[in-house]
Ligand binder design. Structure first.
Ligand code: COA
Length: 285
């Protein structure tokens, strides 16, 4: 018999302000009820305060989730905030992202938070979302029970088994499963959490400690879009295609900048763009 999956999503807010959100993909009555209970409990005990409304959606998925492997995790060796930001910029340039696009990303991440991620053209640095306050959200995501257990064990060995890393890794793994995205750059808008990340096929999920000053509420997400890709197709994938992390890649420790570059024998090129078949499918920009 065909397995049926549900997307379970929770969001909590106060006076139209988003306080917290959580989601997963589950199958079977017990799993779904347990997730729903945990999400509501979480919404009611969030450090950002008591919500005025908690909304819970349990939605039958009309297609089978795409099963993916999580990105490998590592942490960049940095020496304070200046060093972390400089290395993050250098890493993005090394990934083939233009100076202009890197500048745009830092500007977005220092501005007022968005409800989703910004789409930035890798070459021109141009913003591509139609609604720049909303952006594009990676949703309909989850992780299998077994993969979550393995992930927790691997993160624990490195002393980083916390919910933020797990949830961000699931988001980043879906983002990088989109063939039109070259990389993601994320800085948490949580004032107490100063570790950001760059995600790409070359670096995996690369944690960036001290990427912002403690106490700063600024942050957000930027998805760098390959040349010729269309925002609408990316948004549709990010928001509608159900993706389930079913396999876990290795979790490494702290790595110096040069080692990450040396690990990749193929320097990613700026001209890489989309593979011909994707260009054809995606049409002109
Ligand atoms: N931040 C701020 N506001 C959010 C939000 C978020 N992460 N998610 C939802 N909202 C608010 C917005 O006002 C949104 O209206 P909009 O679509 O005009 O922006 C409204 O809630 C309804 O959003 P919708 O996508 O229909 O909510 P949902 O009930 O499907 O739940 C969440 C979505 C909250 C589960 C999902 O956004 C989420 O946070 N998932 C966890 C993973 C994650 O962090 N993804 C974001 C990556 S960019």
């Amino acid at each position: 018999m065909r397995r049926i999956f549900y997307s379970v999503r929770m969001r909590a807010g106060r006076q139209s302000r988003h306080i917290s959100g959580a989601e997963g993909i589950f199958s079977g009555k017990d799993e779904i009820s347990q997730a729903a209970r945990l999400y509501v409990e979480r919404a009611l005990s969030h450090p950002k305060g008591r919500p005025e409304a908690v909304s819970l959606k349990v939605e039958l998925l009309d297609k089978k989730p795409l099963i993916i492997t999580s990105l490998p995790v590592s942490t960049l060796e940095v020496n304070g905030m200046e060093d972390s930001r400089r290395k993050a910029a250098e890493m993005l340039l090394w990934l083939g992202i233009s100076q202009r696009a890197v500048k745009t990303a830092f500007r977005i991440l220092a501005g007022p938070g968005m409800r989703g991620a910004a789409l930035v053209d890798i070459k021109t640095g141009r913003r591509m979302e139609s609604d720049k306050k909303r952006g594009t959200r990676a949703s309909r995501i989850g992780i299998t029970k077994k993969a979550l257990q393995i992930l927790a064990g691997r993160l624990e060995e490195r002393g980083i088994d916390n919910i933020r890393v797990k949830e961000a890794l699931i988001v980043a793994s879906k983002v990088m499963a989109c063939p039109f995205i070259e990389a993601e750059f994320c800085i948490s808008d949580n004032p107490d959490y100063t570790t950001g990340y760059i995600a790409s096929r070359q670096t995996g999920y690369l944690r960036l400690p001290d990427i912002k000053r403690k106490g700063s509420p600024k942050g957000g997400r930027v998805f760098f879009v390959k040349e010729g890709a269309r925002a609408a197709i990316i948004t549709d994938f990010m928001e509608k295609t159900p993706v389930l992390v079913g396999k876990i890649a290795p979790v490494k420790g702290i790595i110096p900048f040069y080692e990450i570059k040396a690990d990749n024998n193929r320097k990613p090129g700026r001209k890489e763009g989309l593979p011909a078949k994707d260009r054809a499918r995606n049409g002109p920009a």
